[in-house]
Design a protein around this ligand. Structure first.
Ligand SMILES: [Zn+2]
Length: 111
């Protein structure tokens, strides 16, 4: 099991800052990857929207669900030494490369 670790504040900014274009589906984040013009898609100038599951009240529910459900699964795999934790507060390419590295090393170990 691979666990992606993120700072709680960063996580909230990522989730609450997310905006999407209803026309082309492109994703933005008002904190980390804002559009050139406030609230408008760079490609087609549509007004960006907040997805329903990115609203703050939904997010707190998702974080509670993490605490009550996902954490138990992570603890189980950690106890079995089958959990690899990755720092996900880094650029997406770095995180992706690390995930592939973990998968590769496990595939080789199984051969
Ligand atoms: Zn668009």
């Amino acid at each position: 099991m691979i666990q992606l670790l993120v700072d709680y504040t960063q996580l909230l900014l990522r989730l609450t800052g997310r905006r999407s274009c209803p026309t082309c589906g492109r994703l933005y984040n008002i904190h980390f990857q804002p559009p050139l013009v406030d609230e408008l898609c760079d490609v087609d100038k549509s007004k960006l929207v907040i997805r329903n599951d990115d609203r703050e009240e939904v997010i707190s529910g998702r974080l509670t669900a993490y605490e009550t459900q996902t954490r138990l699964v992570a603890d189980y795999y950690r106890a079995q030494r089958r959990l690899v934790a990755i720092n996900a507060d880094r650029p997406m390419e770095d995180v992706t490369a690390q995930i592939f590295g973990v998968i590769d090393s496990h595939c080789q170990a199984g051969r």
